[in-house]
Ligand binder design. Structure first.
Ligand code: PEP
Length: 254
């Protein structure tokens, strides 16, 4: 039985005060309202991580993650943040390969494979994002694109390492658009990813890896999405910026 995860990616939103306020609200609501087994992950901007990690220590259900990291642990990389620094800030997770970073920062699968290595080397778990654009889906290339993203970013890992990874399927056309993939579309891709994992690592390992769906998840579609056989929770953007909608999405996972 895989424990579901609901992760909130705040992107470049919330100032420090707002971030602390949102964290306190979410922590209180999760403690009061969520009884089932689910992991909640808050993914704010780097400079809030330390304080937010400390604030969430009151809840055994909530942990923190970073939105990105550099491939090196330290050095002359002005403006960058290492996975070692993310770990020292109290995080458990780090995103790798969000589509906005693939698009705006030219992150390729081969660079992302190195980020995944850096994340794992610092005892963090990567949440490795993959997903096709609308053009790729319309051209029926989505399985090829997602297959390459997963294989080139993750399949150099050994059994022990892959078990620490979480995968997030996020169709680019569903991110921030209000257009959610249908449950059938999402489940089809999740099953495809799990089959690829099975072919490479075997069924015992593949059946333990969490695969999250991301792309316009909302309180009214979360439960149906998260109840699909291969969907193990969600990576949430816009709806994670408000405590009520985020915690209602978490409820869809229990
Ligand atoms: C995301 O950016 O990871 C995301 C899923 O955003 P949204 O929920 O706003 O579509």
């Amino acid at each position: 039985m895989r424990t579901k995860i609901v992760a909130g990616n705040w992107k470049m939103n919330k100032n420090f005060h707002e971030g602390l306020e949102l964290t306190s609200e979410i922590t209180g609501m999760v403690n009061d309202e969520i009884n089932g087994n689910v992991e909640v992950v808050l993914i704010p901007t780097y400079i809030h991580l330390n304080a937010i990690s400390q604030l969430t220590q009151g809840s055994n259900k909530i942990s923190t993650g970073a939105q990105n990291c550099h491939i090196e642990n330290s050095g002359a990389y002005t403006g960058e943040i290492s996975a070692a620094m993310v770990a020292a800030a109290g995080c458990k997770y780090c995103l790798a390969g969000h589509s906005e970073r693939r698009l705006f920062n030219n992150e390729t699968n081969s660079v992302l494979a190195k980020k995944v290595d850096a994340i794992l080397a610092n005892n963090l778990s990567p949440i490795y994002c993959c997903g096709e654009t609308l053009e790729e889906r319309n051209a029926e290339k989505h399985f090829d694109i997602i297959g390459s993203q997963v294989k080139e970013g993750l399949f150099h890992l050994n059994n022990e390492q892959i078990l620490k990874c979480v995968i997030a399927y996020e169709p680019v056309w569903a991110i921030g658009t209000g257009v959610t993939a249908s449950t059938a579309q999402a489940q089809e891709v999740h099953a495809y990813i799990r089959t690829s994992l099975t072919e490479k690592y075997g069924i015992d390992i593949a059946s333990q890896i969490r695969i999250l769906y991301g792309g316009s998840v909302k309180p009214d579609n979360a439960k149906e999405l998260f109840s699909q056989a291969d969907i193990d929770g969600g990576l949430v953007g816009g709806a994670a910026l408000q405590s009520r909608s985020f915690v209602d999405i978490v409820k869809g996972a229990v």
